[in-house]
Design a protein around this ligand. Structure first.
Ligand code: ZN
Length: 255
């Protein structure tokens, strides 16, 4: 359920997630007047483990009625970038019934100065997690330049949200049994202890966001065929990383 792909990260530490900017076939950007960030509605403040954080920002994606919550550490720009990303990832789902299941979902954004879940008495060392009804993301690690332990610069594109929201999709659409069957019978060196990670990793690849640089058109056929039963293969949207400095983001109005 949680991002624990440390081994994989080590293998791909120097890889750069160079997401391509392709014509969007997903949800369109909200119009200027709809790009409003407000205070969170009181009813949304007590949800699952992210209730541990204090949210001061709120945005509703409208398209699928997804709640985006952010702490004071999260920029308005990142709130909207993530909202757009989530809308597009849901839009990529094949079935309208599946898309409708995300109404009321919570995306919780925290900053690097916010404590991790372990410091709050929950899961140790976790700052990103994909659950059935809540997805927790560290905003600073999205679409941002970062450094590895050796000081080498690498680009954190959209691998973390694609991964964590991949977990959310698998749980929300109850794909666990299908995933277990597909990955256990096809994946070389299948690790039972990591069985909940395979779909999340494949989601990164489907949206060309994997730091391994493997893209949708290069993924194994069996994996592509499985994901193509869930996502619409004709939908070529992948997240753009051009707005890493925030330039591509339209002005924001606060209520
Ligand atoms: Zn994971």
């Amino acid at each position: 359920m949680f991002r624990s792909s440390r081994i994989r990260n080590l293998l791909t530490l120097t890889a750069i997630a160079a997401s391509l900017c392709l014509p969007s076939q997903g949800a369109s950007l909200p119009s200027e007047k709809n790009r409003r960030i407000s205070n969170p509605p009181a009813a949304l403040k007590s949800i699952g483990w992210p209730r541990l954080y204090k949210y001061s920002k709120y945005y509703n994606t409208k398209t699928y009625d997804v709640h985006i919550l952010g702490t004071t550490e999260v920029s308005d720009e990142k709130m909207l970038l993530v909202a757009e990303f989530i809308d597009n990832m849901i839009s990529a789902l094949k079935s309208p019934q599946d898309r409708a299941k995300f109404a009321g979902h919570h995306i919780c954004l925290i900053g690097s100065k916010d404590p991790d879940l372990g410091e709050l008495g929950s899961i140790p060392n976790q700052r990103n997690a994909g659950g059935k009804n809540v997805t927790l993301l560290t905003a600073d690690a999205i679409n941002h330049i970062a450094r590895d332990d050796q000081g080498n610069e690498f680009f954190r594109g959209w691998n973390i949200p694609a991964h964590e929201f991949g977990h959310t999709i698998e749980l929300k659409l109850e794909l666990q049994k299908r995933s277990d069957q597909v990955f256990s019978s096809n994946e070389g060196n299948y690790n039972l202890k990591m069985k909940r990670e395979y779909f999340a990793w494949a989601s990164e690849t489907w949206f060309n966001s994997s730091r391994s640089k493997v893209t949708r058109d290069k993924m194994p056929k069996w994996q592509y065929d499985y994901l193509a039963t869930i996502f619409d293969a004709a939908n070529k949207w992948v997240p753009s990383s051009v707005s890493q400095q925030g330039q591509a983001v339209l002005p924001i109005k606060r209520n």
